[in-house]
Ligand binder design. Structure first.
Ligand code: HEM
Length: 429
């Protein structure tokens, strides 16, 4: 439960000093209550008249669409603070958040397209975006359809499944893997490595998580080195072969090639599994919307958009201010770290009518589930195509879908959002 306490609160962090009366509530993103329903907490945070200072992460949390969007679009807000923090201070900060003494992670995960800015970011983004156009993605439709049909066929004799582990978990490794050029049989390894690495981004990380994240990065790196050697011997029609071409043309280094391949394989992995699970859960929680979509397949595009808005699978990212900046009507000094709660902004009633309603026909639906500005998601077309093919195929093949267990637990933490399991019954249509 959120305890609202109207006592005046004194906020102080270096030069930032506010004495506004601000409600004090228990913001505990690691708790079971938050996992069950983060939106009530987000609404309480939005109700205070300023960003909320989260001491544990030394971060000013933004929940209003206007603030989140303004910071995401602001070119002076960067994902890393290298430009204005000395190497010694940066090392100290890495140590404070337990992001140190992990050589593989530091080299291939902490430094990549997503984590870079300026010239490096523009150069890498140009190389990768040239290969990831909407046209290239729509050419994947047939392969995705074939894969999804095969997987659904395998499950169609089972009257009850866990939609997350039996179905969703198999999807992204195969699809993103295929785009990149990873053999189908290696897809389960991608899932394991991605989960170990991505989990480590949640604040409150323990040493045991750190050891697992480092080990997974090392294994992932060694796997990619072998795969690169195979491709170098015989280039194929896949993204990895084209990235090798760009490396040989001097457009990116070997380290950048490996970190980019890792990022592409990881960025859309857990998020695709999570949004498949939460999207299905939303349809089952709101049977009128499910029926509406079944009656009118033309609603699939808006339904998919709504699934991303309603339970954004990657709800939290951050930025650093490179200069004094006004956010939410307050001035913050250079170096301030802001938390972009995309998941909260996507439930802001100022942008969305009745934001806690799941509406498969919602339009317009200008949400931030894929971010905004310079780091806008590379894989958004692929992610939306996957969902479109999957939910259309399920609706065509199955009927009588219902929750077999109505107690659906969501994962704990701030950085990811999705159900741990989703037991449901279905039968061939
Ligand atoms: C399935 C759902 C997905 C969601 C919700 C999602 C969400 C996001 C978000 C919010 C960002 C921006 C991060 C920021 O603001 O700092 C982002 C960036 C990115 N995403 Fe996705 N993503 C998804 C799928 C994918 C897929 C399938 C791929 C690759 C195939 C991918 C690749 C990337 C990359 C490379 C970036 C970094 C872009 C840059 O920094 O310029 N994502 N994603």
């Amino acid at each position: 439960m959120i305890e609202l306490n109207v006592l005046s609160r004194f906020y102080m962090r270096e030069e930032v000093m506010f004495t506004d009366p601000a409600p004090n509530f228990n913001f505990d993103p690691h708790s079971a209550e938050f996992a069950a329903d983060p939106y009530t907490t987000y609404a309480a945070m939005r109700a205070i008249d300023m960003p909320y200072y989260w001491e544990e992460a030394d971060t000013w949390m933004l929940t209003k669409m206007a603030d989140v969007e303004a910071v995401a679009l602001n070119k002076n807000m960067l994902r890393n603070n290298e430009a204005f923090v000395s190497e010694i201070d940066r090392k100290e900060q890495q140590r404070a958040i337990n992001f140190h003494d992990m050589p593989y992670h530091e080299r291939y995960v902490q430094v990549n397209l997503l984590e870079s800015e300026g010239e490096t970011h523009s150069r890498l983004r140009k190389v990768v975006f040239r290969e990831f156009t909407p046209a290239m993605i729509s050419r994947q439709r047939e392969a995705i359809q074939t894969f999804v049909d095969g997987l659904l066929e395998e499950l169609s004799d089972q009257n009850e499944i866990d939609f997350v582990s039996d179905f969703a978990a198999h999807v992204p490794g195969h699809i993103i893997g295929r785009v990149l050029g990873v053999p189908d049989e290696d897809a389960p390894k991608l899932r394991h490595w991605s989960e170990e690495v991505v989990r480590f981004f949640d604040p409150g990380r323990e040493d045991a998580d750190k050891a697992r994240a480092e080990f997974a990065t090392k294994e992932f790196y060694e796997y990619l080195l072998d795969l690169l050697a195979t491709r170098e011997a015989a280039l194929q029609d896949d993204l990895l072969s084209r990235l090798i071409g760009h490396r040989d043309a001097g457009q990116l280094s070997q380290d950048e090639l490996i970190s980019t391949a890792m990022l592409i394989l990881m960025a859309g992995h857990g998020s695709t599994i999570d949004v498949l699970g939460s999207g299905m859960h939303a349809l089952l929680r709101f049977p009128d919307q499910n029926q509406r979509l079944r009656d009118d397949a033309a609603l699939m595009k808006t339904a998919v958009q709504e699934m991303f808005r309603f339970e954004s699978p990657l709800p939290y990212f951050h930025r650093f201010a490179t200069e004094e900046t006004e956010v939410g009507g307050r001035k913050f000094p250079a170096g301030t770290r802001f938390g972009l709660l995309y998941g909260a902004a996507n439930h802001d009633p100022v942008r969305f009518d009745n934001p806690d309603k799941f509406d498969v026909g919602r339009s317009p639906n200008r949400h931030l589930a894929f971010g905004g500005g310079g780091h806008f998601c590379l894989g958004n077309h692929l992610a939306r195509l996957d969902m479109d093919v999957i939910f259309s195929s399920i609706n065509a093949r199955f009927s009588g879908i219902e929750l077999a267990d109505t107690k659906v637990e969501y994962k704990r933490g701030l950085s990811v959002r999705g159900p741990k399991a989703l037991r449901m019954g279905w039968k061939r249509a």
